[in-house]
Design a binder for this molecule. Sequence first.
Ligand code: FNR
Length: 188
Amino acid sequence: MTRTVGVFVGSLRSGAHTRKVARVLAELAPGNLSLEVVEIGQLPLYNPDFDGADPPAAWTAFRERVKPLDALLFVTPEYNRSIPSALKNALDVGSRPAKQGAWDGKPGAVVSVSPGALGAFGAHHHLRQVLAHLNVATLAQPEIYLGGVADLLDESGALTKDSTRALLTRFLATFAVWIERNPAPGRS
Ligand code: FNR
């Protein structure tokens, strides 16, 4: 059975390395995973005051887009040793209304991306902390910290190294098994 994986890209920047990595992941995914980017840049900042009977249409559309997904893949850069605010906002929007969160119980995975040497380690682990609270079953290994990303992609966005391709292919194969072992509520 093909599983639909929502891909959440933490950078809103045109030409983002992170979105290029997301594209590469979609291309390398095994046949039983369909990776689809779910946009987050259109979401108004989360404010409980507006989350009553008539919430912003963009919040409702996002929640309805996330709920049917079989799995979640977060591809994020690091801003000031944490996740970019746009990604945290999307996580907050999807987490409400209380007890009706869109993320609850789904299998997930994290890829962090940086031009720097540390591979966005801080963002990666802040994100894992949030996902634990949202009851996302996040794949533990392999951990993917893509440091020096500017050298890992060419101008067209293709990978420059076979070793990166092998790592990401192994990661995706492991994630596919993880999704089968930890199905989202209502899936078998
Ligand atoms: C950064 N950058 C950055 N990089 C990093 O490795 N650790 C960090 O803490 C930060 N902090 C940070 C804060 C802010 C506000 C910006 C705009 C940038 C640099 C960041 O990794 C770089 O801009 C990447 O290119 C962002 O990823 P995308 O947009 O290319 O996907």
